[in-house]
Ligand binder design. Structure first.
Ligand code: ARG
Length: 416
């Protein structure tokens, strides 16, 4: 008996895939897999009810902790893509691996998703699955299904889909972010109505007293909020709820998708905003200038690979190794102030601070054997090359337009 595992949400796309995998792809049995990365309860209910109605064997896998750990790796890497903290992108490889595991345990020969051929998710899933021996199937893309066709098909077959399929927007929600897209929102010039948001209060109407939130980090990992120790999942859930009251963590971006399409996306992600802001503030205190600037390039690369769903790539392991090396000293606290949709760092403290009050102060004499006058020599050299370049340029502009070798070397000699 041939079996195929299907990434199943109970929505229109994945519901339609069930009969198609049997009829069009010839599988005897479809098993559904739903992976918990912190979706709302209602999504599991929808998946379970639909699976029941279809007579589909549904496996629910809890991957929340693993996903939360990956989100915290993203914090260590200060990772955002075009302003978006990567919630959907980070979740996909975790989901893909969990489904693959079930597929292998259940002796499946095929593995399928209901993604269209336009988005990023098809690529993120398949990047993981194509490393296996299973047949990878994307019915919606391969059969060129449209939404209208799916609705008609579901109606003809009496498939258990709700009319209208859950509202006008397409929502993807997990522990790290809530993405809202589709409908009129796709138009870049359309101002989103307030009711697309569920995690964040309207900034002008949220709790009005500014609040300070202190995050404690141990080697780059947030471990406590306002002095209360929390595990990653609980810590993220708490901050989503708490900072969301202040309207913190909304982004409205023009996103460049992997296939080149530019798409308007709206997100909310209060916890991600608080943690990224606090983490950056603490790093600014404990890393050297050179580490900070080199790490920027690493972060950019990390975020791009994460966006592409390639967090399991060898390159990302190597980037993580660099990040980990820098995080040894990212231990201490950072405090952010949340108010009216904004979140900014207002204090940071660490025993690893690369900061000497004595040295920075105007009131002390020699420190570490360095006196104020010692800066005179540095000041004489500073900008030397720029001054030289500008005077060479000015000399050439004044003289004849013909540049000769002789002229140039004479000039250079003069300066030396
Ligand atoms: N564009 C984002 C990404 O590719 C999020 C997509 C969210 N999906 C949705 N149905 N709202 O990471």
């Amino acid at each position: 008996m041939s079996r195929v595992a299907l990434a199943f949400s109970g929505g229109l796309d994945t519901t339609v895939c069930v009969p198609l995998l049997e009829e069009e792809y010839g599988y005897d049995e479809v098993i559904g897999v739903t992976v918990d990365v912190g979706q709302p309860e209602s999504e599991f209910e929808e998946a379970e009810e639909t699976a029941d109605a279809l007579g589909l064997d549904l496996h629910v896998v809890d991957a929340k902790e693993e996903f939360a750990d990956l989100c915290l790796d993203a914090v260590a890497a200060n990772a955002t893509y075009q302003g978006y903290p990567l919630g959907t992108a980070l979740a996909r490889p975790v989901i893909a691996e969990a489904i693959l595991e079930v597929a292998e345990q259940e002796d499946c020969e095929g593995i399928a998703h209901g993604c269209t051929g336009k988005g990023n998710d098809q690529l993120r899933f398949e990047a993981v699955w194509r490393g296996s021996d299973l047949e990878v199937i994307a019915p919606v893309r391969e059969l060129g299904l449209t939404r209208e066709w799916e609705i008609e098909f579901a109606d003809e077959r009496d498939l258990p889909v709700e009319a209208g399929d859950g509202g006008i927007w397409s929502i993807d929600q997990n522990l790290w972010s809530r993405a809202i897209e589709g409908g009129e929102l796709e138009h870049p010039n359309y101002v989103p109505p307030e009711d697309i948001y569920q995690w964040t209060e309207e900034p002008a109407e949220g709790a009005d007293d500014p609040e300070l939130i202190e995050i404690e980090f141990e080697q780059g990992v947030p471990v406590a909020v306002d002095g209360e120790a929390m595990e990653p999942v609980a810590l993220i859930e708490h901050l989503n709820q708490y900072a969301g009251q202040y309207g913190v963590g909304r982004t409205d971006v023009m996103e460049d998708r992997m296939l080149g399409l530019k798409v308007r996306e709206n997100y909310e992600h209060p916890a991600a905003t608080v943690l990224l802001t606090a983490h950056q503030a603490l790093e600014d205190l404990v890393l050297t200038k050179e580490e900070r600037s080199f790490k920027k390039g690493i972060e950019q690369e990390w975020a791009e690979k994460a966006y592409e769903g390639l967090v399991f790539a060898p390159l990302v392991d190597a980037l993580d190794a660099f990040v980990a090396e820098t995080q040894d000293v990212v231990t201490g606290t950072a405090t952010v102030k949340v108010q009216g949709g904004s979140c900014r760092a207002v204090a940071r403290d660490s025993e690893y601070a690369v900061y000497s009050e004595e040295m920075a102060s105007f009131n002390t004499e020699d420190v570490a054997g360095i006196a104020q006058e010692d800066a005179t020599g540095v000041a004489k050299y500073h900008g030397l090359q720029e001054r030289l370049a500008n005077s060479v340029k000015a000399g050439l502009e004044d003289s004849s337009p013909a540049i000769t070798d002789g002229g140039e070397s004479e000039n250079a000699e003069d300066e030396e």
